[in-house]
Design a protein around this ligand. Sequence first.
Ligand SMILES: Cc1cc2nc3c(=O)[nH]c(=O)nc-3n(C[C@H](O)[C@H](O)[C@H](O)COP(=O)(O)OP(=O)(O)OC[C@H]3O[C@@H](n4cnc5c(N)ncnc54)[C@H](O)[C@@H]3O)c2cc1C
Length: 255
Amino acid sequence: MRYLIVFAHPEPRSLNGHLLRRGVAALKAAGHEVVVSDLYAMGFKAVADGRDFPERDIGARLVYHAESGAAYAGGSQAPEVAAEQAKLLAADAVVLHFPLWWFGMPAILKGWVDRVFATGFAIGVPKPGTRQWLRYGEGNLAGRRAMIACTTGGRAPQYGARGVHGPIRDILFPINHGMLFYTGMTVIEPFIGYRVVRASTTEADALADAYAARLLGMFDAPPIAYRSENGGAYDEEQRLAPEYGEGEGFSLHEG
Ligand SMILES: Cc1cc2nc3c(=O)[nH]c(=O)nc-3n(C[C@H](O)[C@H](O)[C@H](O)COP(=O)(O)OP(=O)(O)OC[C@H]3O[C@@H](n4cnc5c(N)ncnc54)[C@H](O)[C@@H]3O)c2cc1C
């Protein structure tokens, strides 16, 4: 299988760097192909702005979404954006690997999503012959497995159902559902290393072994059962029909 790991940590000697190296080594030892987009090492531009469109009229008002679609369709995207899209299309498994920063991904990884998930590629993909979009379970990245791998400073109970930080399932929902599932990928449970900030060498190695095992098992893991947008559960306003649950919240979107 072909794995793409998008890695967002500024320090290669970090614990996350250790996890990455061990994970990549385990995948390669098992015969898999691995591509790592090490965003800090690449100097990946984190901000989405007009410089992403080399051929645009710089005097015109920037409408990023529209400009993104025109550049994607016209083959005039920034080369590093097109290269990341090609890596995604070539992958069977996609891993977003990052330390949790302010309850989300580091800005460099958010910028990677903003820029690489272009209009026509990851968003704004029409379903032929309908007025629907290919998203939430369908899209150009369908057929790929996806997983978040992240570490936290906070302890696991703080991220539990009644934990002070809020449930980790909710914190990661915008990434799992709004980015990975949105673009058609099959999302599996995240790999999370809690409270790693004082990890001993032994603990770090155990976590690295657990990460390697999760990477190797990505194709056997049960998917998170998000509901597909065009699967019949949502009405014409994309609201979940009442028979699928009452109330509100992210968990309603899991079947
Ligand atoms: C801007 C910012 C925002 C943050 N926001 C949040 C948040 O919202 N929620 C939250 O829970 N946490 C938050 N944190 C904490 C953050 O998630 C952790 O600092 C991060 O997950 C730790 O991962 P690391 O790879 O940077 O660890 P490191 O600091 O590199 O390492 C952690 C420990 O592992 C030890 N270690 C043992 N063996 C090894 C080895 N072989 N290689 C490397 N290190 C080893 C190191 O010595 C160190 O003590 C935030 C941190 C920052 C900087």
